[in-house]
Design a protein around this ligand. Structure first.
Ligand code: FAD
Ligand code: ZN
Length: 477
């Protein structure tokens, strides 16, 4: 180890305690991404316990010219939170910063440290009779800092918005190691440029989020879940419009799944019971939240589904009878990414489109893919209410997944992303850019937007030490 590197490690040890600077042993949990696509090598994994320690760590790294990769739960899907292979980057893990600092029920806010696991925040809000609505399948291990850094979406966006809409204030350690305390619980604050919104969604490239003041909502009196079998995606879009008309803000979830996605769940998790409904190419999971009563919600939901059956936009439907049944239905939906991972490496596309254009997009792109690669298997599911599909491509049955990825990923991405652009969509709806989509972003984002993004990066992190090479390509040396 070079003397300068040794000196940095020594400073980090003094700052956070030797037990929290990891350099040897098995660092897989921090060095490998959730999808197991990439394995990096960290100079060290540093686990500070306070904002002051984060600031000191950043200053020490800056002085030594060492790049920092902020990391929360390491559940991100675009290879943004793991170090590169150089062995020179410091992983700054926030997971020890997991305190809820305050709950203010009258202001409907909760202030949490960045390393708080999302589920812990949901539970803490619930203990106060309130709701923190952000919800995603990784909620048992992803962190608030990671949610904010990626502006995570999830299954409740339709009603409550992305993480950005759920955040009122931030505390950030800048790339220079200064602390910006922007933890206001204010709903109105027009005092200049919105720094909070700059850091949200910046994927660790502008600074380290150390805490946030989050927006809470009243806890609904009842939540009901239904499952419907549908003849087509066009029918799903029609059902969404009907549900929005009938339920208004009471419609809190609308998830779509194609047959193959559910078949994969049946194959890899046979213990999960699937509703015994008429066979159909698509299913949707609907959730309604009601501030009056369960009886009121059930009556509304049943009327809605009856109309859908009469109209022919649903073939068959069932409303969960109990909380346990509702959980089973959600569990089925949330098991799709896990079932896909069990099936093998796949090519993921986290896309968004105007809802109205989704049926045409899928009809055209499904056909193009089938023609380009006979036997290709499409796992198509997602948050239809937000126009967000996880349009994922799995190798044909019996074809080696790694070889498929190697040989076909570029061609498939070009085909799908060209179609997304032609239909007025986005190539990254909720997962972000990380390192996986840097090239695509550069190809497809407008030059003006890219120049503005580079100017922001240059202004906030002129030495390019915060998660370099993520979101934006590293400038040529
Ligand atoms: P990490 O993976 O550790 O980091 C993600 C990015 O944020 C990295 O660029 C990292 O450098 C940066 N970062 C992390 N913490 C900080 C911090 N404190 N300050 C600055 N930068 C930081 N995402 C969705 O949006 N919607 C979904 O429905 C969804 N479902 C998922 C389901 C599964 C099964 C899995 C595995 C993932 C899913 N994701 C989803 C993706 C992922 O869970 C989210 O992006 C999540 O917000 C990441 O949080 P994390 O704490 O794991 O962050
Ligand atoms: Zn999603």
């Amino acid at each position: 180890m070079k003397p300068q590197t040794e000196a940095l490690i020594e400073t980090l040890r003094r700052t956070v305690g030797p037990a929290h600077v990891l350099t040897d042993g098995d660092l897989t949990a921090w060095e490998k991404d959730w999808r197991r696509r990439v394995r990096g090598k960290a100079l060290a994994v540093v686990r500070p316990a306070t904002t002051a320690q984060v600031a000191q760590v950043v200053r020490a790294c800056a002085a030594a010219g060492a790049a920092i990769v902020p990391q929360g739960g390491n559940t991100g899907l675009v290879v943004g939170s793991t170090p590169d292979a150089s062995g020179t980057q410091v992983v700054l893990s926030l997971t020890r910063m997991n305190a809820v600092r305050a709950v203010d029920p009258a202001n409907l806010t909760l202030t949490a440290e960045a390393g708080c696991v999302l589920q812990a925040v949901q539970l803490r809000a619930e203990e106060s009779g309130l709701l923190f609505p952000l919800s995603l399948a990784a909620e048992g291990s992803c962190t608030i800092g990671g949610n904010l850094a990626t502006n995570a979406g999830g299954t409740q966006v339709l009603r409550y918005g992305n993480t950005r809409e759920l955040c009122l204030g931030l505390e950030v350690v800048t790339a220079q190691g200064e602390v910006w305390d922007g933890l206001t619980g204010l709903r109105k604050d027009n005092t200049g440029y919105d720094l909070r919104d700059l850091f949200i969604g910046s994927e660790g490239t502008l600074g380290v989020i150390t805490a946030a003041t989050l927006k809470l909502h009243p806890l609904p009196a009842a939540r009901l879940t239904a499952w419907a079998a549908l003849p087509s995606l066009a029918a799903a879009v029609a059902l969404l419009a009907l549900a929005q008309r009938r339920l208004g803000a009471g419609l809190t979830g609308f998830e779509v799944m194609n047959r193959f996605a559910l078949d994969l769940v049946a194959r890899h998790f046979p213990q999960l019971r699937q509703p015994q409904l008429q066979d159909a190419p698509y299913c949707v999971l609907l959730e309604a939240s009601d501030h009056e009563s369960e009886a009121h919600a059930r009556a509304q939901f049943e009327q809605l589904l009856e109309s859908a059956l009469d109209d022919g936009c649903a073939l068959d439907a069932v409303v969960a009878e109990s909380l346990a049944q509702a959980r089973e239905l959600w569990h089925l939906r949330e098991s799709i990414p896990l079932a896909q991972a069990e099936e093998g490496l796949n090519i993921k596309h986290d896309i968004s489109l105007p809802v109205s254009r989704i049926p045409a997009f899928c009809t055209a792109t499904d056909a193009q893919l089938a023609q380009a690669i006979p036997g290709v298997r499409l796992v198509n599911f997602g948050h239809l209410g937000d126009g967000n599909l996880h349009y994922n491509v799995q190798a044909p049955e019996g074809v080696d997944a790694a070889a498929f990825l190697q040989g076909e990923e570029a061609r498939i991405n070009a085909l799908v992303f060209d179609a997304v652009q032609a239909h007025g969509g986005s190539i990254s709806a909720e997962h972000g850019v990380g390192s996986l989509k840097v090239h695509e972003l550069e190809q497809r984002k407008s030059p003006v937007a890219l120049a503005l993004m580079r100017a922001i990066k240059q202004a906030l992190d002129p030495r390019n030490l915060m998660n370099p090479g993520r979101v934006l390509r590293e400038p040529a040396q």
